[in-house]
Design a protein around this ligand. Structure first.
Ligand SMILES: NC(=O)c1ccc[n+]([C@@H]2O[C@H](COP(=O)([O-])OP(=O)(O)OC[C@H]3O[C@@H](n4cnc5c(N)ncnc54)[C@H](O)[C@@H]3O)[C@@H](O)[C@H]2O)c1
Length: 283
């Protein structure tokens, strides 16, 4: 528990799916008393945003209702992370609703446009990069503009940006070239922004989970197992064998790291890309 999160205003992007990392992060921040804006795309949009990869508005409303049982200050907003004007409207919504913005968690991401590099289309590459990296940049830009207009809070700072990277922010893997490029890029963005915004007492960090058992994670298991000629059980057993702590990650593992980085306890930590991987990734 981090008492200094009480009353902080936080946006969590891509938080409209049950069992997703965004839901767990939002719940954890709400448990500590943060006021929330949950964001998601809200509807499917052709092959680049299919049902298995997108939080629909009804699902986000259910997630919000669940979290309101913990803390009533939960609002929702739909925006396409690929469109700067929509991302700007998301930030404006938080400020309209709660008159300030303290925390941005960049969690929205496309982790399903996988396949051989030689078959990847420009549309696939652009979608992955434009959601995972460009959209996170848009959100950071407009959130930080707002944070800079607010005073520094004693023993906490002026603002927090936490972006959800991946083990794919540190290491490569087959069939995921655009995803891995986007998540490596997110770490570069994090480090540069941390240097630029440190003097303003805004910390900028990334959290890098390995495989997590979300809905997206389940889809990835099936895709990767099939690509390797394995059953899902065989694929997961091999994965567990590579992880020193012997299990895949849970949404709460990532949410715990996010809450810590958003708290005053982490006020001297910036520019980090923190692995949450049971020891699978160590650099
Ligand atoms: N599940 C894993 O194994 C895992 C591991 C490492 C990193 N991650 C990262 O964690 C984050 C959350 O993943 P998750 O597993 O909870 O998946 P998820 O699919 O539940 O969450 C991703 C969200 O991003 C949203 N999104 C996609 N395109 C969008 C767009 N154009 N505009 C706005 N929102 C959009 C989706 O609607 C979805 O709700 C992602 O950034 C993912 O890359 C996941």
């Amino acid at each position: 528990m981090y008492p200094d999160l009480e009353g902080k205003v936080a946006i969590v992007t891509g938080a409209g799916r049950r069992k997703g990392l965004g839901e767990a992060i939002a719940r954890k921040l709400a448990e500590d008393g943060a006021k929330l804006v949950l964001h998601d795309l809200g509807s499917t949009q052709g092959d680049m945003a299919p049902a298995h990869g997108v939080g629909a508005s009804e699902e986000m409303a259910e997630v919000a209702a669940d979290i309101r049982a913990i803390n009533p200050d939960v609002s929702t907003f739909q925006a396409d992370m690929r469109e700067e004007a929509q991302v700007q409207a998301l930030i404006a919504h938080a400020v309209e609703k709660y008159a300030r913005l303290d925390i941005l968690v960049n969690n929205a991401g496309v982790g399903y446009l996988f396949g051989p590099l030689v078959d990847a289309t420009q549309e696939m590459w652009d979608t992955v990069l434009n959601v995972n990296l460009r959209g996170s940049f848009f959100a950071m830009k407009h959130a930080v503009r707002q944070m800079l207009s607010q005073p520094v809070q004693e023993n906490w700072g002026r603002g927090r940006v936490v972006s959800i990277g991946s083990r794919g922010s540190k290491s490569g893997s087959a069939l995921t070239s655009s995803y891995i490029a986007s998540k490596h890029g997110l770490v570069g963005l994090t480090r540069s922004a941390a240097i630029e915004l440190g003097p303003e007492q805004i910390t900028v960090n990334a959290v890098c989970p390995n495989h997590v058992t979300t809905g997206l994670g389940s889809w990835q298991n099936e895709f990767m197992a099939k690509a390797r000629g394995q059953t899902v059980d065989e694929y997961l057993a091999a994965m567990r064998g590579r992880i020193p702590l012997g299990r895949v990650g849970t949404p709460d593992d990532t949410a715990n790291a996010c809450a810590f980085l958003c708290s005053g306890q982490a006020r001297y930590i910036t520019g980090e890309a923190m692995n949450v991987s049971g020891g699978e990734e160590m650099h």
